[in-house]
Design a protein around this ligand. Structure first.
Ligand SMILES: Nc1ncnc2c1ncn2[C@@H]1O[C@H](COP(=O)(O)OP(=O)(O)OP(=O)(O)O)[C@@H](O)[C@H]1O
Ligand SMILES: [Mg+2]
Length: 237
C-alpha cells in the first residue's frame, strides 16, 4: 500500500501540490488526470524521490518511502529519456550493474524483457535507430528491470503516433502485477479508460476526485464527480 498524507509542494508563491492525501493499493492501476499544470508530473517526481515534498509523508508497505532503494520505483518518462550513446541492452543494464547487480542475471533479465516486448533483435541497436514505439517499449523494459513495487508512467503516449495508444495500453495491462502499485499520468482518456481501475483528478495541485475508474467515467451518472472534472471531461468530447 502506498499512502500519501498531506503532501504539499510549493515553488515561490505557487502551491504546486496542495495537501494531497490518498492511498493506492497494489494490483490497482491508478490514472492521474487533470489539466496542464495541475501538478501531475510533480506528484510522480515526489513519488519517485526525484523531488522532495515541503511537507507531508509518503509511506510504502508501512514504512517511509525512502526505505526503497534506487530502481525500486520504476519511472517511464514522457520523452523516454534513453541514453543515446548506449545500446538498447546497455540502457537496460546500466543502472542495475552500477548498483552492483551481477552481470549474468542482469543481462538475462534484460533479454527476457526485450523478448516480452518483441525487441530481442534490437539489443545492439542505438535509440536513434528505433521507432517511437520501440523507444517507448525500451523505456518501459528499463523501468521494469528491478521488478519495481511502484511503477510510474508520465504521459506514455504523448510522444507517439495516436495509433499507438492502444499498443501502450496493451503493454501497461500486460505488465500489470498484483504486487505492484502502478500510476499512469495521461491526457488520453481512451487510455485511462482502457487500463485504469482508479482515478485521481487534480486541479491546481488540489485533489478533487478520488474514485473508481468506473464511476469517474460513468457517462450516465456523473453526480459523484467534482464540477471541475465534469467540465474537464465534457471539454474533451
Ligand atoms: N521545478 C519547478 N520549479 C518551479 N515550478 C515548477 C517546477 N516544476 C513544476 N512547476 C510548476 O508547477 C506546476 C505543475 O507542474 P507539473 O509539471 O507538475 O504539471 P502537470 O500537471 O504535469 O502539467 P502537464 O499536463 O502540462 O504535464 C506548473 O505551474 C509548473 O510551472
Ligand atoms: Mg506533466
Amino acid at each position: 500500500m502506498l499512502k500519501c498524507q498531506n503532501l504539499t509542494k510549493s515553488s515561490g508563491t505557487l502551491t504546486i501540490l496542495n495537501n494531497l492525501s490518498f492511498d493506492l493499493k497494489p494490483g490497482v492501476i491508478t490514472a492521474v488526470i487533470g489539466p496542464s499544470g495541475s501538478g501531475k508530473t510533480t506528484l510522480l517526481r515526489c513519488l519517485s524521490q526525484l523531488e522532495k515534498p515541503d511537507s507531508g509523508t509518503i509511506d510504502f508497505a508501512g514504512q517511509n518511502l525512502s526505505h526503497l532503494a534506487a530502481g525500486e520505483v520504476g519511472f517511464v518518462f514522457q520523452a523516454f529519456h534513453l541514453f543515446p550513446h548506449l545500446t538498447v541492452l546497455e540502457n537496460l543494464t546500466l543502472a542495475p550493474l552500477s548498483q552492483g547487480s551481477p552481470r549474468v542475471e542482469t543481462e538475462e533479465r534484460a533479454y527476457a524483457l526485450l523478448h516480452q516486448f518483441g525487441l530481442e533483435e534490437k539489443d545492439t541497436a542505438y535509440p536513434a535507430n528505433l521507432s517511437g514505439g520501440q523507444k517507448q517499449r525500451v523505456a518501459i523494459a528499463r523501468a521494469l528491470m528491478k521488478d519495481p513495487p511502484i511503477l510510474l508512467f508520465d504521459e506514455p503516449t504523448s510522444a507517439l503516433d495516436p495509433e499507438m495508444v492502444k499498443d501502450v495500453g496493451e503493454i501497461i495491462l500486460a505488465v500489470k502485477n498484483p504486487q505492484r502499485v502502478t500510476i499512469l499520468v495521461t491526457h488520453e482518456m481512451r487510455l485511462a479508460q482502457a487500463v485504469a481501475d482508479h482515478v485521481l483528478f487534480l486541479d491546481h495541485g488540489i485533489m478533487l476526485d478520488d474514485l473508481p475508474a468506473k464511476q469517474f467515467f460513468d457517462k450516465d451518472d456523473n453526480t459523484l464527480l467534482s464540477k471541475r472534472a465534469q467540465r474537464f471531461l465534457s471539454n474533451l468530447t
